[in-house]
Design a protein around this ligand. Sequence first.
Ligand SMILES: Nc1ncnc2c1ncn2[C@@H]1O[C@H](COP(=O)(O)OP(=O)(O)OP(=O)(O)O)[C@@H](O)[C@H]1O
Ligand SMILES: [Mg+2]
Length: 304
Amino acid sequence: MIYTVTLNPAVDYFVTLDSLHFGEVNRAKKEHKAPGGKGINVSRVLKRLGHESEAVGFIGGFTGGYIKDAVEAESIRTHFVTVDGDTRINVKMKAESETELNGTSPVITADNVRDLEAFLQRLGKGDAVVLAGSLPPSLDKTIYTRWTKRLREQGVAVYVDTSGVPLKDVLSAKPSFIKPNHRELAELVGADIHTPAEAVPYAKELLETGIENVLVSFAGGGALLSTRERTMVANTPKGVVKNSVGAGDSVVAGFVCANAEGMDLPEAFRFAVASGSATAFSTGFADRERVEELKQQVSVTYID
Ligand SMILES: Nc1ncnc2c1ncn2[C@@H]1O[C@H](COP(=O)(O)OP(=O)(O)OP(=O)(O)O)[C@@H](O)[C@H]1O
Ligand SMILES: [Mg+2]
């Protein structure tokens, strides 16, 4: 079974206004709400690609209830640990420019963490876990590292998509897969990286730490996949970008889906990149038909 973990979910509240005036009453022209969080996005895309997964994490209060209901309404199973306090609300305003206001996360207690750990302890060989997104401030930045280490010992495949300190720290636990975008990789290794070719030596350095697959995404500028056996680059399909939410998460979902279906590495890479672009080119998330169609535009070249 595939499990996605979202430790810091949010209710995303999208508002469109003609213009935004500070210090005044503003009226929304259009609005919608969605369950937010990178693990949750991976589960939602997996569903559209034809795979069951279980969304796991921490939720609280009426906002947490909304997230659980919205995810389950898409026929995705959940195992959320309930915490005191409300899951945060992130406001995304679109006027002349885009403004975001992220709410504060509820406090996660040691007991809450133990409850989730008890659940993860039951997983084993054949299972896959996706650890995705930021951490709430009350959790220590090594939590992904501890969990990855344990899960790997249990024989579970672990896909990690995060940034900053949690990403740097998790490397020592040898995740099966990481997917930094080029900015996250640049921050991680302390270098300027603008193209897949420039990322090659750094991706290889990461493999030496014991990670199996390093996929670096460059938005519309192609992608790099480095494994112990081969390193390859892919182009990204051409199209009109309609959505900036969840493209990276869709790459992760695409790669997890490809592995579950036993695709070989270049095919999995093509499928993952096409999944990212299918979301970028949609108003919502990728669907399987669009992914298969866009995959035809993606070619993979070995560079090592
Ligand atoms: N302009 C674009 N044209 C084609 N594909 C795109 C474009 N922008 C994004 N994508 C697709 O989305 C994937 C992920 O994009 P990006 O590198 O921006 O990830 P990210 O920064 O991790 O995204 P996220 O904000 O979801 O975490 C790319 O590999 C590509 O498949
Ligand atoms: Mg990302």
